[in-house]
Design a protein around this ligand. Structure first.
Ligand code: EPU
Length: 430
C-alpha cells in the first residue's frame, strides 16, 4: 500500500510540463481497434488507466510496443474475438469505449458494464441509444453488455443529455458504418474533438466535432498514422490551482490556453494572476484570494473534473463561496476529508458552501476518487504541517508523474509504501 506524504505550506516555483490528456487517450487507445494498419500514438500519458487499456487490448490479441515513454505503437489486427475479459472491463469507466470500437469493427461487442471512479449513478442508456440507431441489438446478461448488428447503417442520433462518453462511442460505432450519421446534442469537450481528429487523420470523414452537431460519413478503411494526443486540460487546471493555493509563481507549459478559458476566468474572479502565452500559462499571486460562485457545466463551461480542486482553493479565500456541481450525483466525497484539515465546507444538495479560513492544517486523509484525490494533494501543499494521503491509486489513474512534477516545483512530497514509512517513523521516534 502506498501513500503520499506532503510537508505543506511551501511556495512552488519554476515550470511544469503537462502530459497527454487522459480522457482523450483512453478513447483513442480503444479507437486503434478500428484501424486496419498499425498506429503510433505520441504524447500518450503513462498513467494506470492507459496501462490498463493496453492490457485489455493485449489480452484480446493486439501487438503493442512501447517505443519510448510516451510513444506507443498499436497493431490491433490480431484481435479476432470482440470481447473484453469481464474482470478487466468492470474496473474502468473508459472500457465503455471498447463497445463502440468493437461494434464499429466487428458489428459485435461483449463488454462488462463499466466501473471506474464512484461518482454516483453512471448509466449508459445514451450509448445504447446511439448503437440502436445504427442498427445494433443490445442485451445485458450477467453484468455484460452484448451488441450485435447484421450491418451498421448511418442515422440520426439525438442525445437526450450531453454525454462525452456517448458522443465518442457514437463516432466510434459510425465511422465505418454505411452512409451518413448525424449526432445531435453532441458533447463539445476538447477530448471529443481530439478523438474526431485522430479518426480523421486515419481517413475518417467526421465534421463538426466541437459543436452541437457532428456529421459522420462512413468509410471502408482506416489507415495507419502517427498521432499526438492533446495536452491534458484537467492536469493543467490542477497545476494552475495548486500554484494559486500555494501563492506561487509557476509556468505551466504544453497547454492549449483556449481549453483552459473557464478555469482561467474562475481563477481571475478569485483574484489569482493568470498570464496566457501561445502554449503556456503563468499563474502568479496578486493578493488575498476572493470568494466566488461557480457552477460546473459541459464544455465550454467550468469542468466538473475541476470542481474538487477549485472548491479546495476557495476554502482559503476570503468570504463565503458556493460551488454547484450537478453533473454527477456524488462528487463531493472529498468534503469530509477537507474538514479534517480545518476547512469550513459543507455539502448542501448539489452544491458546497465554503466559508474561507486563514489556513488548512495537515492531516491523514484518503483519496475518494481521482479528482478528489488531486484536490487533497492541493490542500496538502497549501496546509501547514504534514498531510498523508491514502488510496493514491485513484490519483495515479490520471496524473502522470505527479510526485516528480511537484518535486521539480519545489514541493515537499514523497510517495512512500506504508510499511517503509512506518519503519522510518519508528526509527525516528526511537
Ligand atoms: N449520462 C447518462 N446516460 C448516459 C451517459 C451519461 O445519464 O448514457 C449522464 C451521467 O450520469 C452524467 C452526465 O450524463 O450525469 C455526463 O456524463 P458523461 O457521459 O459526459 O461522462 P463520462 O463520459 O462517463 C467523461 C469523463 C469524466 C468527466 C465526464 C464529464 C472520461 C473517461 N471520463 O465521463 O472524467 O467527468 O466525462 O465531463 O472521459 C475524470 O477524468 O475524473 C472523469 C470522471
Amino acid at each position: 500500500m502506498e501513500k503520499f506524504v506532503i510537508h505543506g505550506g511551501k511556495q512552488l516555483s519554476g515550470e511544469v510540463t503537462i502530459s497527454g490528456a487522459k480522457n482523450a487517450a483512453v478513447a483513442i487507445v480503444a479507437a486503434t481497434i478500428l484501424c486496419d494498419e498499425p498506429v503510433i500514438l505520441e504524447n500518450c500519458p503513462q498513467i494506470s488507466d492507459i496501462t490498463f487499456c493496453m492490457k485489455i487490448l493485449k489480452s484480446m490479441g493486439a501487438d503493442i510496443k512501447v517505443l519510448s515513454k510516451n510513444k506507443i505503437r498499436f497493431d490491433t489486427r490480431g484481435i479476432v474475438h470482440p470481447k473484453v475479459p469481464y474482470e478487466m472491463a468492470r474496473v474502468m469507466r473508459a472500457s465503455s469505449y471498447f463497445l463502440g470500437a468493437l461494434l464499429g469493427r466487428f458489428h459485435e461487442a461483449h463488454v462488462a458494464l463499466p466501473g471506474g471512479c464512484d461518482l454516483g449513478d453512471r448509466p449508459i442508456d445514451q450509448h445504447l441509444k446511439a448503437f440502436r440507431t445504427l442498427g445494433a441489438n443490445d442485451s445485458i446478461d450477467a453484468g455484460e453488455v452484448h451488441l450485435n448488428a447484421d450491418s451498421l447503417v448511418g442515422g440520426l442520433i439525438y442525445f437526450d443529455i450531453n454525454s462525452v462518453g456517448a458522443t465518442i462511442n457514437a463516432m466510434l460505432a459510425s465511422v465505418k458504418a454505411d452512409g451518413y450519421t448525424v449526432i445531435e446534442n453532441a458533447a463539445k469537450e476538447p477530448h471529443v474533438v481530439d478523438v474526431a481528429n485522430f479518426l480523421n487523420s486515419m481517413g475518417a470523414d467526421i465534421m463538426g466535432a466541437g459543436t452541437d452537431t457532428i456529421k459522420v460519413r462512413g468509410v471502408k478503411r482506416l489507415k495507419g498514422v502517427e498521432y499526438a494526443i492533446i495536452p491534458d486540460q484537467i492536469e493543467a487546471g490542477t497545476f494552475m490551482v495548486a500554484a494559486a493555493a500555494t501563492k506561487s509563481d509557476v509556468l505551466i507549459k504544453n497547454v492549449i490556453p483556449k481549453h483552459l478559458e473557464s478555469i482561467t476566468a474562475a481563477l481571475r474572479k478569485i483574484e489569482v494572476g493568470v498570464e496566457e502565452f501561445d502554449d503556456a500559462i503563468r499563474i502568479y499571486p496578486i493578493g488575498e484570494l476572493k470568494r466566488t460562485t461557480i457552477k460546473t457545466m459541459p464544455h465550454p463551461g467550468f469542468p466538473t473534473d475541476m470542481q474538487p480542486q477549485i472548491s479546495t482553493l476557495l476554502t482559503l479565500a476570503q468570504g463565503a463561496s458556493v460551488v454547484t456541481d450537478d453533473i454527477f450525483d456524488n462528487r463531493f466525497r472529498y468534503v469530509n476529508e477537507l474538514r479534517r484539515m480545518g476547512a469550513d465546507i459543507v455539502v448542501n444538495g448539489k452544491a458546497v458552501i465554503i466559508q474561507g479560513v486563514e489556513r488548512l492544517k495537515g492531516a491523514s486523509v484518503m483519496a475518494p476518487d481521482l479528482r478528489a484525490g488531486a484536490a487533497l494533494v492541493i490542500a496538502g501543499l497549501a496546509a501547514e504541517g504534514t498531510t498523508e494521503i491514502g488510496d493514491i491509486h485513484y490519483i495515479e489513474r490520471g496524473y502522470e508523474d505527479i510526485v516528480e512534477k511537484l518535486q521539480s516545483l519545489g514541493a515537499d512530497i514523497k510517495r512512500v509504501t506504508i510499511d517503509d514509512y512506518d519503519d522510518e517513523e519508528v526509527k525516528k521516534d526511537a
